[in-house]
Design a protein around this ligand. Structure first.
Ligand code: AR6
Length: 188
């Protein structure tokens, strides 16, 4: 039997989720920074940090639009997928394609790790200043168009913290009609 895939919108703190993988809004060094990246590094602890230091040494970090996987250390998730979104400049620097790549590369890394449930923050919409409406359209569009192709990933959670992002994601998701997909929108 072919189980339908699911997407869920949640407002909350992604670091509290006991899912197979959470995605970090990382930078190219993978060594931590501000925003969510700071919280993840702080809460995940030394073993996760060490894994990031190794990736930095071996691969020179991670280019924009790509993703790398580590253990989640002391966090309740199993893995952290460190995705590097673009900094918004003026929209003329390939920002949209790079954000799309960050989502699709995070999903393919997750599928390689046999992850079934993965939670995404709204990548690039904090410190990196990406316009939230466009970022939401890219996030949901990329996930929905690629989800049918993955063997393991079956449930994607979009986890937002601010009310503007919640409203944007809610508006986009509530207009979708897809009989192959279960869409859950958590009421707030
Ligand atoms: N749970 C869910 N979403 C969160 C959480 C949380 N605990 N904390 C923040 N957000 P940001 P970026 C949301 O700034 O824009 C760092 O310095 C937040 O409201 O964390 O991709 C890195 O090292 C926003 O919507 O990441 C990079 O240099 C979204 O997560 C740079 O910032 C992303 O905000 C990356 O910037």
């Amino acid at each position: 039997m072919n189980k339908r895939k699911q997407v869920t919108l949640i407002r909350g703190d992604i670091t509290n989720l006991a899912v197979d993988a959470i995605v970090n809004s990382a930078n190219k060094s993978l060594l931590g920074g501000g925003g969510l990246d700071y919280v993840i590094h702080k809460k995940a602890g030394m073993l996760m940090k060490q894994a990031c230091i190794e990736l930095n040494k071996q691969k020179g970090g991670c280019p924009t639009g790509q993703a790398e996987v580590t253990i989640a250390g002391d966090l309740p998730a199993q893995y952290i997928i460190h995705a590097v979104g673009p900094r918004w400049l003026d929209g003329q620097h390939n920002e949209a394609d790079l954000l799309c790549s960050a989502y699709s590369n995070a999903l393919s890394k997750a599928d390689e790790m046999k992850v079934q449930t993965i939670a995404f923050p709204s990548i690039s919409t904090g410190v990196y200043g990406f316009p939230k409406q466009l970022a939401g359209e890219i996030a949901i569009g990329t996930v929905l168009s690629t989800l049918p192709h993955y063997s393991f990933v079956g449930h994607v959670l979009f986890v937002v913290q601010d009310s503007e992002n919640y409203q944007i994601y809610q508006d986009i998701l509530s207009k979708l009609v897809d009989e192959n997909l279960v869409i859950n929108i958590e009421e707030i």
